[in-house]
Design a protein. Structure first.
Length: 209
């Protein structure tokens, strides 16, 4: 099986962070007028880690990176798909799989480097104004954020708000920042028959534009 045989099942995914309602200041003023106790909104970590902040429009992008950080112009394998129906997920790289796709290379190309505190992991950094969306309520073939392909055996990563880089003792598969612009993924994985090197990193992420 070669990477050119990646599946092309089409899906549909769009994400939008709604905004509206009263601001904290407006609620305090209203409380003062009515004599009610003012409610202080809790701090949401996602809004602090997100370069675009909570409430931003999520324009969905897709990137496939090789281990040198190069951008590969094909759909993912692993039984995954990239949403190409309206509103379209935009390919970071132009692809013969999707000749009519909007391909804004290299302006949305994520960076790839070895993690500073743990050389067993790659660190992915999205471009300014881009961020990983919230964890999906249901994982399916077109609803995912960050996946590692280890010779066509794939691991989907989970995310958490405020996540920081793995320390030297971390041995998990990796993770990404929900609402942030970084993710970390293991370079090799033991599937029970020895370590297999990662071949590709698949990313779907949001940008404000």
């Amino acid at each position: 099986m070669t990477d050119m045989q990646d599946g092309q099942d089409e899906g549909r995914e769009s994400a939008r962070f709604g905004k509206g309602g009263l601001s904290r200041r407006q609620m305090i003023r209203a409380a003062a007028v009515t004599g009610a106790a003012a409610w202080t909104a809790p701090v949401i970590i996602d809004s602090l880690t997100s370069p675009a902040a909570a409430g931003s429009v999520c324009v969905k992008y897709y990137a496939k990176l090789d281990t040198s950080g190069g951008c590969v112009a094909h759909d993912p394998a692993c039984g995954l798909s990239v949403a190409t129906t309206t509103p379209k997920t935009k390919y970071v790289c132009c692809s013969t799989d999707s000749p009519t796709a909007d391909c804004p290379y290299p302006t949305k190309l994520p960076g790839l480097a070895t993690a500073a505190n743990n050389s067993n992991y790659f660190e992915v950094t999205l471009q300014a104004g881009c961020f990983f969306g919230p964890l999906p309520a249901t994982n399916n073939s077109s609803n995912w954020q960050m996946v590692g392909n280890y010779n066509f055996t794939c691991n989907r990563l989970t995310g958490s708000a405020g996540a920081t880089a793995p320390n030297s003792s971390y041995t998990g598969d990796g993770y990404f920042q929900v609402g942030g612009n970084k993710g970390w993924i293991k370079k090799t994985h033991d599937f029970g028959s020895g370590n297999v090197d990662i071949t590709y990193i698949y990313l779907q992420f949001c940008c404000g534009t």
